[in-house]
Design a protein around this ligand. Sequence first.
Ligand SMILES: Cc1cc2nc3c(=O)[nH]c(=O)nc-3n(C[C@H](O)[C@H](O)[C@H](O)COP(=O)(O)OP(=O)(O)OC[C@H]3O[C@@H](n4cnc5c(N)ncnc54)[C@H](O)[C@@H]3O)c2cc1C
Length: 473
Amino acid sequence: MALKDNENQPPRRIAVIGAGTAGLAAAYELRQRAPGVEVVVYDPAARVGGKIVTVRRGGYVIEHGPDGFITNKPGTLGFIERIGLKDQLMPTNEAGRQALVVRRGKLVPIPLGFQLLGPSQWWSFLRSPLLSPRGKLRVMCEPFVKARRDAGDESLASFITRRFGRELLDRLVQPLAGGIYTADPAELSMRCTFGRFVELERKHGSVTLGLRRALKKQHAAKASGARYSLFASFRDGMDTLPERLADLIGRECLRLNCAVIAVAPTGDGRWRVTDANGDERVFDALVAACTAPVMGKLLQPVDGSIAQRLAGIPHSSSAVATLCYRVDQFARPLDAFGFVVPAVERRPIIAGSFTSVKYAHRAPAGRVLIRVFLGGALDESMLANDDDGLIDIAQRELAELMGASGEPEVALVTRWASAMPQYTVGHAERVAVLRGALGALPPLELVGIAYDGVGIPDTINSGLAAADRLLRG
Ligand SMILES: Cc1cc2nc3c(=O)[nH]c(=O)nc-3n(C[C@H](O)[C@H](O)[C@H](O)COP(=O)(O)OP(=O)(O)OC[C@H]3O[C@@H](n4cnc5c(N)ncnc54)[C@H](O)[C@@H]3O)c2cc1C
């Protein structure tokens, strides 16, 4: 192993590979806390933000990637305030705070108080047409199901079937989780995705009892489905976040249009980084904020086993069809934030998000902006369609489900190839092993969507934590 002559010294030059949310958060923290440290942020794109892509067109604010984020993760609001964006933050609209789910070809409301995986308001749940009487009875038996003793990870499908029965999984949990993770619930790690519910089972012996106790404390059992009151976006669009971070980091630190094409240990505990322009520079530490497969390729010549572990994190592909209409083109009222589609319904889409109902300033008056999600781990074959084909499918689905008539005035497709890491059972343990193996290399931090959470707040936190570890040495 190479002798590290700079061991325990705080790094003086750090390369950040990737100018997405995680890379920018890491670079920001490094610059704030150690202004003397030289930070270089590389990205092949001409802009910052990675998966955050905001396009403004004809009075519409179109998000190709995330359109908002949850605000109750530790540190999220504090970070937004710290970077001076608190006054730009915009909560979801008060009106329409409900979510719908397709049942037998029709949209029905998700029962009030349904907390992603479990009901907390029985009356609303019992009156809902979502589940059969037998399915409801099975859900109500949850408090009597013995708690699992095995502390090992299990899949979302296994957890829900065990505690609530198959019907709740098929009719509600699969589509809700699918909307977030574009994943197969039979593969998805319960611990990494809905760990809070595992804790409820462990602590209270029952998810529903635990939820009820927690909610009594919070007085927060009003919204259904995803907890919309906790979501927020930025008034002018999501790219407000990366653009502000880029300003605070200092644009002179950014190497845009400039992919990293090789990394190699120097032999004295540092890294040599080669970029697409052929420039080579030596750094004391790397922050790998590109995707896991990209970092896997870069590390292949350095350490095949680490490279393989990175490449082994599966990713799903999806597409977003954005369709903008006049409100009067819809027969059904646009009185919800969107809908999810259970796989058992065998429809060609996975969800629809009524972005302009959810957030103000997203469409001109009298217009509506809807994003239809297609593909994901359970239906990647959908992506074999060309863009016109995907738009046709999305349009047809909105016609059938929402009574949309006529042509949309804007229709465009964004493809997200291998963009969503799949946190399959045992993911946390594999990431821990992977990080442990990095100890043999010069300082290297893995941050971003592939490791510690797939949402914007998670990726911010992973960038901040990596910067902190590097500065503490
Ligand atoms: C369709 C969609 C909808 C989503 N909706 C939401 C949502 O509503 N709320 C939410 O919280 N999250 C959402 N997410 C997840 C969210 O987008 C991610 O958590 C976050 O954007 C990931 O940030 P990141 O920095 O980890 O990765 P990325 O944003 O992917 O950044 C990685 C960067 O690395 C760069 N890169 C690649 N190769 C190289 C190289 N060789 N050298 C240098 N740089 C390189 C890329 O160009 C990119 O800029 C959504 C994701 C998708 C795809």
